[in-house]
Design a protein around this ligand. Structure first.
Ligand SMILES: O=C(CO)[C@H](O)[C@H](O)COP(=O)(O)O
Length: 232
């Protein structure tokens, strides 16, 4: 089974948790795309749900699948969010934002009673940080923000190169919120909750890709089958 088939398997497993009438957060990325696709099939078959997309890309896909959509201005809570991740650790802390949607993804996850992370099992790590940590920043004062980020890294015992994310066209990548993303190559984030708190204090940081205590379940698909891990 190839990687894409594993992602679809994880998505299909998470879909089993969806019940009629649920309000759903719809994630972003190649794995979440499978979930939205499969959800669309169920909706076409009569399942009644309403979704909040975490990116313009997911909104477009959900609309094409005819999944009814709403916003967090119209409803206060979501029952369940299903989203992918770039890394998942044993505490179910995550690195997210490889697809650039981390701000909306975190707002939606935080408004959800449950978050199921779906991934192929290469995303499972002992310690977060091999995947570059995405940090969404405002363009104004970028250098000052990066200096403050470097200080936060040092305070939490990590260091590494930072790079401003570029799109496929070579231009600076701009998020759905109109911000930029700095990817920090840290290697090994030994105290992710502390780093998350420190980054959140920096004025130019809009949001960072450390998702601490948000995921309740991880569904990981691998060659040996599907593993479901619950947060303790
Ligand atoms: O955080 C994300 C987007 O901002 C994605 O969920 C994450 O990058 C995983 O993507 P994929 O399922 O394509 O591996």
């Amino acid at each position: 089974m190839n990687m894409d088939q594993l992602k679809r398997q994880a998505a299909a497993q998470a879909l089993e948790q969806v019940q009629d009438g649920m309000r759903l957060g719809l994630g972003t990325g190649s794995t979440a795309k499978h979930f939205v696709d499969l959800l669309g099939e169920r909706v076409a078959g009569g399942l009644r749900v309403i979704g909040v997309p975490t990116s313009e890309a997911t909104r477009a896909q959900a609309e094409a699948c005819k999944i009814p959509l709403t916003t967090l201005d119209e409803i206060d809570r979501l029952d369940l969010t299903v989203d992918g991740a770039d890394e998942v650790d044993p505490a179910l802390n995550l690195i997210k934002g490889g697809g650039g949607a981390l701000l909306r993804e975190k707002i939606v996850a935080a408004a959800s009673d449950r978050m199921i992370v779906i991934a192929d099992d290469t995303k499972w790590v002992d310690v977060l940080g091999s995947f570059p940590l995405p940090v969404e920043v405002v363009p104004f004062g970028l250098a000052a923000t990066q200096r403050a980020m470097a200080a936060a890294f040092a305070q939490s015992g990590v260091s590494g190169q930072m790079g401003l994310r570029k799109g496929a066209d070579g231009h600076v990548f701009v998020t759905d919120g109109g911000h930029w993303i700095v990817d920090a190559h840290l290697g090994c984030i030994t105290d992710a909750p502390r780093l998350a708190s420190l980054l959140s204090l920096i004025p130019g940081v809009v949001e960072h890709g450390l998702f601490i205590g948000l995921a309740s379940t991880a569904v990981l698909a691998g060659a040996q089958g599907i593993r479901v891990v619950e947060r303790r």
